[in-house]
Design a protein around this ligand. Structure first.
Ligand code: ZN
Length: 403
């Protein structure tokens, strides 16, 4: 076994980092390295804006790429990552699902930088003591080893990813999202009826507001400021409506992926929506506990005391929320963690009520979601009935879902 392993005691916690290189051969490494060297010399570099967006943290270093051997790569990436991980866990113990907490990375070649690393949800090997991930060797080269060798290490984005993924692990282990799975299987049954496949996407998006939203919110824990962009919110809602008209699976699935979910890296995706719903709940806690934060708008920094948030949001300019008290940040996480999808939206609505945010400036409401679904189901039903009637067949019923 080609395994690298290290542990560190931290009070009652014992953290471990394990890297498994068995599936990442020397030749796989060489292929990845060559791709990155090519990329650095602008070979295989795409001028296409959409493709570029997906390569958000693949930088040009504009320096000669030094020689990196397979063994050096393995040792170095393991070393850098463990140091970073122990430091990160010191400040985020609440994400550990056990006092004996190991993070395991199975390194593999993922061509075309399709993904960097992800929680192994297919095989579900994780348990309380072990959070298991699939890791791209290419990502280790370009995000850890190369910056370190060139003296340009930056862990802020890596930390954001890690906190995000560890939140999924935490939710999975503590079964916070069990309701989600149950609900999803219910929807799936409903969706055997291909005619309403988009409903699957609609509900997935609703789940993701809570699931990905909280993960993204936690990932932004150390960010100096978090942006709220109302044009993104409007686009999200417009896309959700559009989705509800795409009856065919072949249309609704790619649309959902590209415009609402992971394919969209702009501020109109569901991750950002969910994150800012958490942020709104945090702002309410700030108000209740009398801990003001700051709002940066057009370069001006103003205190949250006595501001009219709804007016600021109506102006359609991006605003940035900064200096949220760390304790409030943590309290928000604890508040959101046990909430199911609909409860989460409800909690967000209560937060908006308290902050005076009006319906048109809200990211999502239970009423709005229900209306999108019921309108779409009614429309489909009408279309079906008309079609069947036209050819003198019996009417088929499409049962609505209860929330
Ligand atoms: Zn995620």
């Amino acid at each position: 076994m080609d395994t690298y392993e290290v542990h560190e005691q931290d009070g009652e916690y014992r953290f471990g980092v394990i890297f498994l290189f068995d599936e990442y051969t020397k030749s796989a490494f060489k292929k990845d390295l060559q791709e990155i060297i090519d990329y650095q010399s602008h070979k295989g570099f795409s001028e296409d804006k959409e493709t570029r967006n997906k390569e958000i943290d693949l930088k040009f270093y504009n320096q000669k790429i030094p020689e990196i051997s397979y063994d050096f790569f393995k040792q170095k990436s393991f070393e850098i990552f463990s140091k970073f991980f122990f430091y990160m866990m010191k400040n985020n113990k609440s994400l550990a699902t056990s006092t004996e907490f190991n993070i395991q990375f199975k390194v593999t070649r993922i061509p075309n930088r399709d993904s960097y690393f992800y929680y192994d949800q297919d095989n579900l090997p994780s348990d309380e003591e072990n959070a298991c991930f699939i890791m791209s060797g290419s990502w280790l080269i370009h995000a850890l080893v190369l910056p370190s060798v060139l003296g340009k290490s930056d862990f802020s984005l890596i930390q954001r990813y890690m906190l995000h993924e560890l939140t999924h692990h935490y939710d999975g282990i503590t079964k916070n999202l069990k309701w989600g799975n149950q609900y999803e299987s219910k929807i799936r049954k409903f969706y055997r009826k291909k005619s309403a496949y988009f409903l699957n996407c609609l509900y997935t998006s609703l789940f993701n507001l809570r699931e990905e939203g909280l993960a993204d919110f936690i990932g932004r824990k150390n960010s100096p400021a978090i942006d709220i962009k109302m044009d993104g919110v409007k686009k999200y809602n417009a896309n959700l409506l559009k989705l509800s008209t795409l009856t065919k699976r072949s249309e609704s699935e790619p649309f959902y992926f590209n415009e609402l979910s992971t394919g969209n890296l702009t501020p109109s995706n569901e991750y950002t929506m969910g994150r800012n719903m958490c942020l709104t709940i945090a702002m309410t806690l700030c108000k209740q506990m009398n801990k003001p934060y700051f709002i940066i708008i057009s370069g001006e920094k103003i205190s949250s005391k006595g501001i009219n948030l709804n007016n600021l949001l109506s102006k359609d300019r991006p605003i940035y929320i900064s200096d949220i008290d760390a304790k409030i940040f943590d309290a928000t996480i604890e508040r959101v963690r046990p909430l199911a999808h609909y409860q989460f939206v409800h909690e967000y609505e209560k937060a908006c009520d308290e902050l005076g945010i009006k319906d048109e400036n809200r990211i999502m409401t239970r009423r709005r979601f229900y209306r999108i679904v019921s309108d779409a189901v009614a429309r489909i039903k009408k279309e079906k009935i008309a079609r069947l009637k036209r050819y003198k067949y019996a009417e088929l019923d499409l049962k609505p879902l209860e929330s």
